[in-house]
Design a protein around this ligand. Structure first.
Ligand code: APR
Length: 306
């Protein structure tokens, strides 16, 4: 049976991800949206690109959840985006209603799939999907830390005029203003970042990283980022389907790790064919531990609103 990735939500993130998956040749795609014509129209457009792109993959546009049966991975991108001036948390009520409905259908039609959550506010929606789908925590996790880390690396590489690949970092915690850059373990060509960038410049970079999503929302006027989110999701899909066992920061349900329980939050995980193969507990500095605890507190407060 051909590998199948189902994407719920054929908007900006979902459709861009569909293109990435198809053109990489990694799997067939089902693109599902409550707006059937949107999913069908984008699917036809993507199929028409296939002969030129040179792949033999197939995409189905649909609004029928029976089509997601036997997916290896289901990605939830359905939901509203922020408008200028909004925080991700302002989307809780509307997006919880959508994610709950989507998760019920995943449980009914593709319960064995690995589910990757993308809808914001990310950590809260991952928690909700995990609870509703009811599969093991290894199989339901959220995309944020890879994107936040990528944004930080991009800004650091601009600052230092070095290649992006020479920068290694982890961005933990909530996908929001309280995200936690693990500076104690951030290296540029092996050197600690704090030795290379003065504190005030580094603070500015961290602030801009935290606000990068909002910066893009303000510039776009309508909608939010999708090129960088979709490549971050693709990285996770690739890690699963190719069993890469790569350490990636994902929003994961914790059961005592980092001293936390019953919460989804960004931590480094080894991602492979079974989903989360291992949760990696980093040695954080006391300052980082405190920031992580505060970040967890903001997620907990939001979870209580569900
Ligand atoms: N079932 C299926 N699809 C739905 C549902 C539902 N119940 N409700 C909404 N959708 C679809 C919409 O019809 C729309 O096509 O979700 C799509 C969302 O697309 P966009 O508005 O373009 O949003 P996008 O930029 O893709 O972002 C989606 O990901 O990064 C997050 O914050 C972002 O929460 C947002 C989500």
């Amino acid at each position: 049976m051909a590998l199948k990735v189902s994407i719920i939500g054929a908007g900006a993130v979902g459709a861009t991800l569909a293109q990435r998956v198809l053109e990489s040749g990694i799997a067939d795609v089902v693109l599902l949206d409550i707006a059937k014509n949107l999913a069908c129209g984008k699917s036809l457009d993507l199929m028409d690109a296939a002969p030129i792109a040179g792949h033999e993959r197939h995409i189905t546009g649909t609004d029928d959840y029976r089509d997601i049966k036997d997916s290896s991975i289901v990605v939830i991108t359905a939901g509203f985006t922020r408008k200028p001036g909004m925080a991700r948390e302002d989307l809780i009520a509307e997006n919880a209603r959508i994610v709950r409905a989507v998760a019920v259908n995943i449980k009914a039609y593709s319960p064995g799939a690995i589910t990757i959550v993308v809808t914001n506010p990310l950590d809260v929606m991952t928690y909700l999907a995990h609870k509703v789908i009811g599969s093991t925590r290894e199989k339901v996790f959220g995309m944020a830390g890879i994107l936040d880390g990528s944004r930080f690396i991009q800004l650091v590489s601009d600052e230092l005029k070095v290649s992006r690949s020479s920068i290694a970092t982890y961005m933990l915690g909530s996908h929001g203003d309280t995200m936690v850059p693990v500076l104690s373990q951030t290296r540029v060509s092996g050197k600690p970042i704090k030795e290379l960038i003065p504190e005030d410049r580094l603070d500015g970079i961290i602030k801009r990283t935290c606000g990068r999503g909002a910066e893009i929302v303000n510039l776009l006027g309508t909608g939010s980022a999708y090129y960088s989110p979709s490549i971050a999701i693709f990285k996770m899909i690739d890690a699963v389907l190719n069993d890469r066992r790569e350490a990636l920061v994902v929003s994961s349900y914790l059961e005592g790790e980092y001293g936390l329980r019953d919460i989804c939050i960004g931590v480094p995980c080894r991602i492979g064919k079974n989903g989360i193969e291992e949760i990696i507990e980093l040695n954080l500095s006391s300052e980082e531990r405190e920031s992580f605890r505060k970040s967890a507190q903001t997620i907990k407060s939001s979870i209580e609103l569900l």
